[in-house]
Design a protein around this ligand. Structure first.
Ligand code: MG
Ligand code: MG
Length: 260
């Protein structure tokens, strides 16, 4: 069953989601070659708790950390740890918050130092695919339209779409109906309507679409060891149109300052 949200509920979800963006901006500030991924996790957890919220992932089905940090061939759900990031790493950081009873969930892929051309393009095009998916998330369209846009765009570059993991509804629960695949056909699936709140989160592989899971029960990797990128926005359908509740603005301001 899908729970459609009132405009008041959507405002509360937006607050939670904006806190995720601010948390990821704190990660953006300190991510660099030589930092251990567990250090990013600690900064994020402290920041979320300082803002009277809870890290949504910590304890979720036993997930032990605040962030999912997924480096290079790790697609999603990577554990933070003693691994030091190095120049040329592509790092997806996924973060969730629980604030005033509502969940925020968003993800961004960072470059550590300079990336090679292949990884840089994978990142750019994965982010572009997210916005293409969002654009068609309007009332009257169907869930398959979103996946169609993402899939047709990234496959035109020879990339592949992960099938085993999908986006999702969100609200008082971190994962709600409906599922939001990043592949599909126009006109397939449920009709989109007022009050739907979903996370759209393309996971795009440079090589094959198949993935494997590590023995930790969480870490998802590409089967061929090639890199994967992941961006996630949380959106609501308001007055028929897709409205992005999360924000990459603070993250991208920080990244711009770091370059200049
Ligand atoms: Mg997420
Ligand atoms: Mg999600």
């Amino acid at each position: 069953m899908i729970s459609y949200k009132s405009e008041e509920e959507i405002e509360l979800i937006r607050q939670s989601s904006l806190l995720v963006g601010k948390t990821l901006a704190e990660v953006a500030r300190i991510i660099r070659p030589g930092i251990k991924t567990i250090e990013l996790d600690k900064v994020a957890e402290t920041f979320i708790r300082d803002h009277k919220a809870k890290p949504a992932f910590k304890g979720y089905n036993g997930f032990p950390y605040t962030l999912c940090i997924s480096v290079n061939d790790v697609v999603v759900h990577g554990f933070p740890g003693d691994q030091e990031l190095k120049e040329g790493d592509l790092v997806s950081v996924d973060c969730g918050t629980l604030l005033n009873g509502f969940y925020g969930d968003s993800a961004y892929t960072f470059a550590v130092g300079e990336l090679d051309e292949e990884k840089r393009l994978l990142m750019e095009r994965t982010k572009e695919s997210l916005y293409r998916g969002i654009k068609v998330a309007k009332a009257g369209n169907r869930i398959g339209n979103i996946g169609y846009e993402v899939q047709s765009y990234v496959e035109s570059f020879g990339y592949s779409v992960v099938r085993d993991l999908v986006g999702h509804g969100i609200g008082r629960n971190l994962h709600e109906s409906p599922e939001v695949p990043n592949y599909g056909k126009r006109g397939d699936g449920i009709m989109l309507r007022q009050g739907l709140v979903i996370c759209i989160e393309p996971m795009i592989n440079l090589g094959v679409r198949q993935v494997t899971q590590d023995r930790d029960g969480w870490t998802i990797r590409t089967a061929d060891g090639k890199p994967s990128a992941h961006y996630e926005h949380q959106i609501a359908i308001i007055k028929g149109e897709p409205t992005i509740l999360s924000s990459f603005d603070e993250i991208e301001e920080v990244l711009k300052e770091k370059v200049n």
